[in-house]
Design a protein around this ligand. Structure first.
Ligand SMILES: [Zn+2]
Ligand SMILES: [Zn+2]
Length: 248
């Protein structure tokens, strides 16, 4: 039994129930984080035992997905005297690594425990194992460094699109997912992002069991289109809200 916690379900514009992207997968004593937007630390502390976090996967380096890494690292370093935590692994595109090595050079406090190590994500069909959890990555159409992730946890596929435009590679990647956390930024013309049409197609073509809508820029008319989609997809569509938990 594992749990997906929607810690942050928003986008570049923060809303009350939809802060910058941040998700946690809890399995046994271990927590894996996907994305850590600029305002995530306080909410992570609310939902997760920080000592249980071993791995953080970053979809791309835009501030709404990544800049919470600085407050989290600082927090862990400040705690270093009172915690047993010895390491944290951060996975992502090599540009994530550039940023982290800059932080290491810039801040002397970065040398304190826990050790924070960067791992460049490999795009590999057979998946990569990290302590019993398999992950897969896919380059998406959004930014130079944008990736989607898939994790196999408790024999179920959990997929995160990150920021991504709809395409057939993403459909293939998300095939038969149990939970697909998908961005849906705009009503239409989702260039470099998903729009409602692409989101709907991704759901039906991938055959995913549940799709979670996040990263909504709340354009005029979006709510009306979303209402129609909810009527069609019923329980299979979960509209993302910060703090929501899904057991699987
Ligand atoms: Zn974003
Ligand atoms: Zn982005």
């Amino acid at each position: 039994m594992a749990e997906l916690i929607l810690i942050g379900t928003g986008c570049g514009i923060p809303y009350k129930k939809n802060g910058p992207p941040c998700f946690a997968i809890k399995e046994k004593e271990r927590t894996l984080i996907v994305d850590i937007g600029y305002d995530s630390l306080y909410k992570i502390l609310k939902y997760v035992n920080v000592n249980s976090i071993q791995d953080i996967f970053i979809t791309h380096t835009h501030p709404d997905h990544f800049w919470g890494v600085i407050p989290l690292c600082f927090y862990l370093k400040c705690l270093s005297k009172s915690t047993q935590k010895s390491f944290l692994r951060i996975f992502g595109h090599e540009r994530v690594g550039f940023f982290l090595s800059f932080l290491k050079d810039y801040y002397s406090w970065f040398e304190r425990k826990p050790e924070i190590n960067f791992f460049k994500v490999e795009i590999c069909e057979s998946g990569i194992e990290v302590d019993g959890i398999y992950y897969y990555a896919l380059k998406t159409e959004h930014s130079e460094d944008s990736l989607a992730y898939k994790f196999v946890v408790s024999n179920k596929k959990i997929v995160f699109t990150g920021d991504a435009e709809y395409n057939s590679d993403l459909v293939k990647f998300a095939k038969d997912a149990y939970i697909l956390v998908s961005e849906c930024s705009f009503l239409d013309n989702g260039k470099g992002h998903m729009d409602i049409r692409g989101f709907r197609k991704l759901f039906f073509e991938s055959g995913t069991e549940k799709i979670v809508l996040v990263h909504n820029y709340r354009e005029n008319g979006f709510d009306k289109a979303l209402f129609k989609l909810k009527d069609e997809l019923k329980e299979s569509l979960i509209i993302g809200e910060d703090g929501l938990k899904i057991n699987f």
